[in-house]
Ligand binder design. Structure first.
Ligand SMILES: Nc1ncnc2c1ncn2[C@@H]1O[C@H](COP(=O)(O)OP(=O)(O)OP(=O)(O)O)[C@@H](O)[C@H]1O
Ligand SMILES: [Mg+2]
Length: 199
């Protein structure tokens, strides 16, 4: 191999784009515990503090694949945006870029690993308004789609997605993962595996 092709090969090996996206390492999982006696239909985890909520999002982000749809539900202030920030971080979105889409209704972030399409449906009243913001074109397309308050429009969601239910409890937050479809059963099993391995 001549010097030129050796140099070229070396450059290619060091080029993250050519080698494919390099996901973030698994986040710190302190403060996240599986609640095996929760009695819910999905897998439930306790999140002891803000960091745990964000890191749970980062774990979801490291597991995300192109086309994934995560629907985040829970009362005002339950942690949907904070968890979404964690997903964004894991796929290489600059932290300061991520804001709640409450007023914009949808934000798109170009993460280094993949795009994030982040919706907040709280202020929307009808499926016509969903169409106006491009919901049907964007959800499930390239990158990962995060839908805050997606439960308000359950009939408009794609047939397969991961439902992420956040609940405020006195000591922190509970999160329940309810998979719709094989892909999301696999994701929630992986989450459980990582949480238990990190405990
Ligand atoms: N595990 C936790 N324990 C205690 N506080 C938490 C935990 N996780 C998040 N919080 C707090 O809860 C709040 C979550 O705010 P966030 O904006 O993420 O909620 P949201 O569900 O997106 O609300 P909205 O419906 O208004 O968009 C923040 O103030 C954060 O500090
Ligand atoms: Mg929010």
């Amino acid at each position: 191999m001549d010097t030129h092709s050796r140099k070229k090969r070396h450059q290619t090996e060091n080029n993250a784009d050519a080698a494919g996206p390099v996901p973030e390492p698994r986040p710190e999982l302190t403060g996240i515990t599986w609640q095996n006696e929760s009695g819910g239909s999905g897998k439930c985890f306790f999140l002891a503090d803000e960091k745990a909520t964000e890191n749970f999002g980062r774990l979801l982000g490291t597991l995300a694949a192109d086309g994934d749809v995560y629907c985040l539900s829970g009362d005002l202030g339950a942690g949907k945006t904070l968890m979404s920030k964690g997903v964004c971080k894991a796929v290489g979105v600059e932290e300061e870029d991520v804001v709640s889409p409450t007023f914009a209704l949808m934000n798109i972030y170009n993460g280094k690993v993949m795009e994030v399409r982040h919706f907040d449906l709280y202020r929307l009243d009808s499926p016509e308004e969903l169409a106006d913001i491009g919901f049907y074109e964007y959800v499930g397309g390239e990158g990962v789609s995060l839908i805050e308050w997606g439960d308000l429009f359950q009939s408009e969601l794609p047939p397969e997605y991961l439902q992420v239910n956040l609940t405020i409890v006195p000591e922190g937050r509970m999160v329940e993962l309810i998979p719709f479809g094989l892909r999301y059963e696999a994701v929630s099993k992986e989450v459980l595996r990582h949480v238990n391995a990190g405990a």
